[in-house]
Design a protein around this ligand. Structure first.
Ligand code: AMP
Ligand code: MN
Ligand code: ZN
Length: 801
């Protein structure tokens, strides 16, 4: 302990901008040696010690030092996001806390090293050859329709550690819970002017000055090219169907990969010469909150272009010159998501568009996949195996280029043949109908998914099977769902990366009382769960505080408790300011009528606005949510100025840390309690709990649940030690999955028997008993992931290929 504390003392010399790691290590080592010497010099034998202790001044000095050391340790432990041992905890418990905290540090170091080496490896794409992903990777949203023979052949092309392209975007993604304001700053081919006010509001947004009270007027959120699209006449040439030879095989044609803004200009100049161009996009959504476009494929009748949307991100708004040109028909296949991605990432809109998926809907009654059309019209058997490739990989491997090209290379010819078929079967009216259907797709309007109580309700109702009978389970789901969303925004990850649905449901169902129990629900544990384990555990304990079932809550408790307003919510916001600040989130409080006992509420979304109407309510909600966002750097840094230890379930908690903020933010308010008061030290401690197996457990305090009882005498401590060793032996420490240990042969077509690869949809208990210190690279490999489906449960039908 002394060693560690000395290291803390040495820490001012070890700053982030320290020039050399070697020097840091040297400093640390010197501090360690000094501390070891000092500790060795302390009186050890019991006789000697007893003698020393008989001097009150010595004893006093020892106590003082011990208290100092303990407080530094607690400080350190809090910094890594763990709960410090409660005051008076025995040495054993304290040691355990230190080991846990150390593990946490090692994990973070490992993560950061991974990330760093990922950045350094940007020139070296690792391309597993002959890949055949395990079927388990194909999540439910990606399974082909029954009877589709090729559903198992989708290839997951992926690289172990990829740099995060978001880091080099000119403007970082706006993960706030505010509505999306169109990005358009110049409006080429305009018939109606761009509202000048829009630019003013965009600037405010950029400078992050936007206050929620002064939200932009609703008309500014509208589709900027609505008028142009709606009034556009169908191009006359759509009614002519000249006979045309199928395009040359792709391999014979020219293809240019564009990564340089100057070349982009040349591409645009070239595109302006054509009456029709084909367009498609590739997208990534697993390692990002909102997702981002990675590629834009363009084809003319002469050439294919692949625009690298990651490096050209800041320039692609220039596409509007062509994309909104009414004289150039843009042919897409299944464009609804493309419209949204273009608007969200580049402020690009499409005027004059033909969607071959809509055309096929008229012809066959269903939107045929591109694969089907390629076969039908071009006799090309398409390779759809890279559909879920990680499109962040750079430089683009040839296989991926080929796949991306294929999506647009034949599309102009397909559209032509389709129009001929439409004319043959339904005449001009069919063509007109397909044109209107395509117009409707072009009018699709991006709205950012906002987190609200409704978002949780949608999630709940889509997967309530068997778990909503118990209100505690629902409460845990609610808390975890909101926590997951917040972490995903802060870390810019998809919610599925933070905590996959099945793990969220398992935790909510099992309500594990221990940190280990939480980990046991998540195999392999996602990295961000490991980092915030203490917080998740706290949330589960919060759920325990809610009534067990809705009967206790009155009839139909599930929805009832959502509508009950909370009396007051106190949030210690460590993220927005250094000092803990108290926010009263409820402006207008309404007296609670006929309140039932101890109802669980997430006060973040609980509100009562007797006056003000919908608008005020929305603004208020936006403000509340904004205030709840965390600056990732402040999460674990308690403010130096105010080290206030506050009694909480589980001991004293520094109220400047995130753990404390979590406790407060997600506090389940007892309607009968005085809201402003902090939880009394002992009042909530004796509460009946149910053990992991679901049987009625003995009465156990929350404090005991977290730290075990600390009031035993020596004999008990010894027994406990024994028990602890036994327990540890019986219950292997669950560690995050080590992806180094993954069996790469699963990527091999021939070796599918021995599948060990990470499968976020499957529970496989890995035997990872290695020390965390030796662990590396546990990040799951990037995969395409439908943020829309997982995070918001919005049902999106992917265009069939
Ligand atoms: P596509 O237009 O078929 O090339 O698809 C464009 C992007 O949509 C791909 O890069 C994927 O990110 C995503 N995507 C397409 N199909 C699916 C699917 N079935 N499941 C999840 N994502 C998909
Ligand atoms: Mn597409
Ligand atoms: Zn595509």
């Amino acid at each position: 302990m002394a060693n560690l504390a000395l290291l803390v003392d040495a820490s001012p010399a070890i700053s982030a901008d320290h020039p050399r790691v070697g020097e840091i290590l040297q400093n640390a080592l010197t501090a360690l040696v000094t501390a070891t010497r000092a500790s060795n010099a302390l009186p050890k034998t019991s006789l000697e010690l007893d003698l020393y202790r008989s001097f009150p001044s010595y004893l006093g000095f020892c106590h003082e030092q011990a208290a100092g050391l303990q407080s530094r340790l607690a400080h350190l432990i809090r910094q890594v996001g763990s709960l410090p041992p409660p005051p008076g905890a025995d040495v054993d418990d304290q040691l355990e806390n230190i080991v846990e905290a150390n593990d946490g540090i090692m994990e973070k170091v490992s993560l950061i090293l991974d990330r760093l080496s990922g950045l350094r490896q940007s020139e070296l794409p690792v391309l597993p050859t002959g890949l055949e992903p395990p079927k388990t990777f194909v999540s439910s949203w990606n399974r082909g329709r029954k009877g589709e023979a090729d559903s198992s052949t989708i290839r997951l092309l992926t690289v172990g550690r990829l740099p995060r392209p978001q880091l080099s975007f000119p403007t970082p993604p706006d993960n706030s819970n505010r509505r999306f304001l169109p990005k358009l700053q110049l409006k080429p081919n305009a018939l109606s002017p761009l509202p000048s006010e829009l630019l003013v509001w965009q600037k405010k947004e950029e400078k992050r000055k936007m206050k929620d009270e002064e939200e932009p007027p609703p008309e500014l959120f509208a589709h900027p090219y609505k008028y142009e699209i709606e009034q556009l006449e169908m191009p006359a040439h759509l009614l002519e169907a000249p006979t045309q030879e199928p395009p040359d095989p792709m391999e014979d044609g020219a293809c240019e990969i564009v990564q340089d803004p100057e070349k982009l200009q040349a591409v645009l100049d070239d595109l302006m010469k054509y009456k029709e161009i084909a367009v498609d996009l590739e997208h990534h959504s697993y390692r990002s909150y909102l997702g981002f476009t990675c590629l834009i494929q363009l084809s003319t009748s002469d050439k294919d272009y692949i625009l690298d949307a990651l490096v050209l991100r800041g320039h692609l708004h220039l596409l509007n010159r062509v994309f909104t040109h009414p004289g150039i028909l843009k042919v897409f296949h299944g464009a609804s998501m493309d419209m949204i991605w273009l608007q969200r990432d580049f402020g690009v809109y499409v005027v004059s568009m033909w969607d071959t998926a809509e055309g096929s809907r008229l012809l066959t009654g269903r939107r045929a996949g591109l694969r089907h059309l390629l076969l039908q019209y071009c006799d090309v058997s398409a390779d759809k195996r890279y559909q879920l490739a990680d499109w962040r990989i750079r430089p683009l491997p040839d296989e991926m280029v080929r796949y991306a090209r294929q999506d647009t290379h034949y599309l102009l010819y397909i559209a032509l043949r389709q129009r001929q078929d439409l004319l043959d079967r339904g005449g001009v009216s069919f063509i007109r109908q397909a044109w209107s259907l395509s117009k409707a797709v072009a009018l699709k309007h991006y709205e950012k998914p906002l987190y609200s109580e409704e978002a949780f309700e949608v999630f709940l109702h889509s997967r309530e099977r068997g778990i909503t009978s118990n209100l505690r389970n629902v409460t845990a789901m609610r808390l975890l769902h909101a926590w997951r969303d917040n972490i995903a925004r802060v870390e810019d990850e998809s919610s599925g990366y933070v905590l996959p649905n099945h793990m969220l449901l398992k935790i909510s169902h099992e309500l594990p009382k221990t940190v280990q129990g939480v980990l046991a629900c998540c195999v392999p544990p996602p990295p961000l769960l490991c980092r915030h384990l203490a917080d998740v555990h706290t949330l589960v304990l919060q759920a325990w505080n809610s009534p067990e079932d809705s009967a206790q809550q009155g009839a139909n408790g599930k929805s009832e408790h959502l509508e009950k307003p909370a009396k007051e919510n106190v949030v210690y916001c460590t993220e927005l300011c250094d000092e803990p600040t108290t926010y009263s989130l409820l402006a207008n409080e309404k007296a609670l009528e006929s309140v039932q006992i101890a109802q669980p509420v997430i006060t973040l979304f609980e509100e009562s606005h007797p006056q003000g109407g919908k608008e005020a309510k929305r603004k208020q909600r936006a403000l509340e949510i904004q205030q709840s966002f965390s600056n990732p750097f402040m999460l674990f840094l308690p403010s130096e100025a105010a080290k206030v230890l506050v009694p909480c379930p589980g001991g004293l908690v520094d109220q400047t840390t995130q753990s404390f903020a979590m406790l407060q933010k997600w506090k389940l308010l007892d309607a009968t309690a005085t809201p402003a008061k902090l939880p009394k030290k002992r009042s909530v401690e004796t509460q009946k709990v149910v053990d992991l197996t679901g049987k009625e457990g003995k009465s156990m305090s929350i404090k005991e649940q977290i730290h075990g009882s600390s009031t035993q005498n020596d004999g008990e401590i010894k027994k406990k030690k024994k028990k602890k060793t036994l327990k540890q032996a019986a219950e292997p420490k669950l560690l995050p999955h080590d992806y180094n240990q993954s069996d790469f042969s699963v990527f091999n077509t021939r070796a599918t028997a021995n599948k060990k690869e990470f499968d976020p949809t499957k529970q496989t208990r890995e035997k990872t008993k290695k020390r965390i210190a030796t662990r590396r690279q546990f990040e799951p490999r990037g995969v395409s992931y439908t943020q829309g489906k997982h995070a918001r449960d919005a049902v999106h039908r992917w265009p069939r290929r």
